[in-house]
Design a protein around this ligand. Structure first.
Ligand SMILES: NC(=O)c1ccc[n+]([C@@H]2O[C@H](COP(=O)([O-])OP(=O)(O)OC[C@H]3O[C@@H](n4cnc5c(N)ncnc54)[C@H](OP(=O)(O)O)[C@@H]3O)[C@@H](O)[C@H]2O)c1
Length: 184
């Protein structure tokens, strides 16, 4: 059986750190509602924590608001057009390019081979073309919301998949897919 590699973000090719998108979406592409997640999936959150800990993470200001604090043991980078925004424990940058540059520089300095975009919809849209990998959680439900994700799945190759079942800790069945961009 193929399983997700432990801490695979530290196991990539030598050279420039890679950008990885980390996200969860429903079957119909929903990723959020009322600036929060439409589900509780404890095992997905644990996977998120395991992958992103000790790495640089990039998020939009609305996703930062929904989390409500800097995530511990990570270099938090928040993108916002608001001038003078000061968020405790975060580096605030005024454009996506600066966020990517800063995360890349931090990763090189700390000998990390990957950095992560953790949402939300607006930031995924602006960064997916530059991502090399994705950890995509597909929630086995059709969900109504106000934040959406779509991508061209023909451009991505599945490296691994892990299935989880609905239980007291997880609202729905879900799969975590590890995807890599196909080489041209
Ligand atoms: N399912 C998942 O995996 C997942 C993960 C994360 C988030 N989410 C969900 O996604 C939703 C939030 O997504 P969203 O699209 O509404 O917001 P978002 O992407 O989190 O943040 C959008 C904000 O980022 C800033 N921004 C965006 N592009 C920028 C640019 N080019 N330059 C400078 N600043 C820029 C702006 O902040 P200012 O307004 O401050 O200028 C903008 O309002 C929530 O429902 C959240 O729960 C889901």
């Amino acid at each position: 059986m193929v399983t997700l590699k432990d801490r695979s973000a530290d196991c990539g090719a030598q050279g420039e750190p890679e950008l990885i998108l980390l996200l969860a979406m429903s079957r119909n592409g929903c990723i959020g509602v009322n600036n929060s997640l439409p589900w509780h999936l404890r095992d997905d959150l644990l996977n998120f924590k395991r992958l992103s800990s000790e790495h640089a993470i990039i998020m939009g200001r609305k996703t930062f608001d929904s989390i409500g604090r800097a995530l511990p043991n990570r270099h938090n980078i928040v993108v916002s057009r608001q001038s003078g925004l000061d968020l405790e424990g975060c580096e605030v940058v005024d454009c996506v390019d600066r966020a990517l540059e800063s995360a890349c520089a931090w990763s090189l300095e700390h000998e990390k081979r990957a950095y992560f975009v953790i949402g939300g919809a607006d930031i995924y849209r602006q960064t997916i073309d530059r991502a090399e990998q994705m950890y995509l959680t597909v929630v086995d439900a059709d969900v109504q919301g106000d934040a959406w994700f779509a991508f061209d799945d023909t451009a991505w190759q599945e490296l691994a998949r892990r299935e989880f079942h609905q239980n007291d800790d997880n609202d729905w069945n879900f799969s975590i897919l590890h995807l890599k961009r196909k080489t041209q």
